[in-house]
Design a protein around this ligand. Structure first.
Ligand SMILES: *Cc1c(COP(=O)(O)O)cnc(C)c1O
Length: 387
């Protein structure tokens, strides 16, 4: 009974049953092109053989043991992430929110380790999204999420996204960390300004605060590099990731550099975090993305899709702007997105909104040209009917 499930989601009324590549099928057998990927999660599409192999082989050996002991998949996964980043240590958890919580605790501990008892303030950006637990919600700069759950965690302050003057007026010696999404995903595919980011890095160094990138949505190959920071010429002290990291299997992680490696025995933990099954699947995903050269082809796919979207923009007035980067793209409409989302669903294409008037295009990173063509044809057909 659907009634037995809490009413906290606004679901579309279809039930999905199976998927292959960039396609999913509902219980009636209807096919959909999947440009949502479980919200930027299924980076290798559905039923990818590398994921199935890792799931099958590892589940026959060992699924879970807790972090009272070592397991090789977790060690190997950490090595893969560290070898491909500028960072030093990894912590594993199960979700993006947990990764953000971990980063916030790291910032607080970092502040506690410094002189001056009030170094505990965390800055975040307006219109951000970092998760819905009470800590992550306190740094999620959107009133609609925060208001029903006040009071939230103290010791936080918000900065206008991309506003250097506002940042300068808020950051000070009591700031222990600043958290930012390189591209605000949920907030409407808003890119960070490179100059703002460079200035933020300088100010974090000046005031000795940790710079935390929430790459939960824009990381793991979405922007054409394994990490979003690689395309931004700024290296954060802490990176939060999840979504694409397990290709659909739940796993989150935090990477820290030497400066941010402050957690000691007993400071933090996660029962399921880095379990052998999740770690082995994630390792298989990263091998496919990096060594299988899936990430290398993301920019070509971006160019192909953006080229087509720009033509649609020239043709249909309802499209105001093409936004985003890599395969984290957005179409800004001069209307609320729901009507169009319902129509594309009818016509066999899954899309998801972002912010007030943006439709997100976040296909699997290995999406095939023929599926891109099919999806964008459905999009055009749907626009034509409504507008
Ligand atoms: C989705 C998301 C989160 C929360 O991740 P969950 O896995 O849903 O907990 C945090 N930050 C960003 C940028 C996200 O897109």
């Amino acid at each position: 009974m659907k009634d037995n499930i809490m009413k906290n989601y606004g679901r579309l009324d279809i039930t999905l049953e199976k998927g292959i590549g960039s396609k999913v099928f509902d219980t009636e057998g209807k096919e959909y092109i999947d440009f949502v990927s479980g919200i930027a999660v299924n980076c290798l599409g559905h039923s990818h053989p590398a994921i199935l192999k890792a799931l099958n082989e590892q589940s026959e050996k060992l699924i879970h043991i807790s972090n009272l002991y070592w397991n090789e998949p977790q060690i190997n996964l950490a090595k893969k992430l560290i070898d491909n980043s500028d960072h030093k240590e990894a912590f594993f958890c199960n979700s993006g929110t947990e990764a953000v919580e971990t980063a916030l605790k790291i910032a607080r501990k970092f502040g506690k380790n410094k002189k001056g008892k009030n170094k505990n303030e965390i800055l975040y950006m307006e219109n951000s999204f970092h998760g819905r637990s009470l800590g992550a919600l306190a740094v999620t700069g959107q009133k609609k999420y925060q208001t029903p759950f006040m009071p939230l965690m103290e010791g936080v302050n918000s900065v206008k996204f991309n506003d250097i003057d506002d940042l300068k007026s808020k950051i000070n010696g009591n700031t222990c960390g600043v958290i930012i999404e390189p591209i605000q995903g949920e907030g409407g595919i808003e890119k960070v300004d490179k100059e703002f980011l460079k200035k933020l890095r300088v100010l974090c160094n000046e005031y000795n605060a940790l710079l935390i990138f929430d790459e939960v949505q824009c990381g793991i190959g979405r922007l054409g590099k394994l990490f979003a920071y690689e395309s931004l010429e700024v290296i954060p002290d802490v990176i939060c990731m999840a979504k694409g990291l397990g290709g659909g299997f739940p796993i989150g992680a935090v990477l820290t550099n030497k400066k941010a490696s402050v957690l000691k025995k007993g400071d933090h933990g996660c029962t399921f975090g880095g379990n052998p099954l999740a770690s082995q699947v994630s390792l298989a995903v990263l091998k496919e993305l990096i060594d299988g050269r899936v990430i290398k082809k993301v920019k070509d796919k971006e160019n192909y899709i953006v080229g087509k979207l720009k033509k649609l923009k020239d043709k249909y007035e309802v499209i105001k702007e093409i936004k985003g980067e890599g395969l984290l793209l957005g179409i800004k409409l001069n209307d609320k997105p729901q009507k169009l989302l319902n129509k594309t669903l009818d016509n066999g294409l899954l899309l998801v909104g972002a912010g007030k008037n943006v439709i997100r295009i976040v296909p699997p990173l290995n999406v095939k040209k023929e599926d891109i063509d099919k999806g964008l044809d459905i999009l055009e057909k749907s626009i034509k009917v409504i507008y």
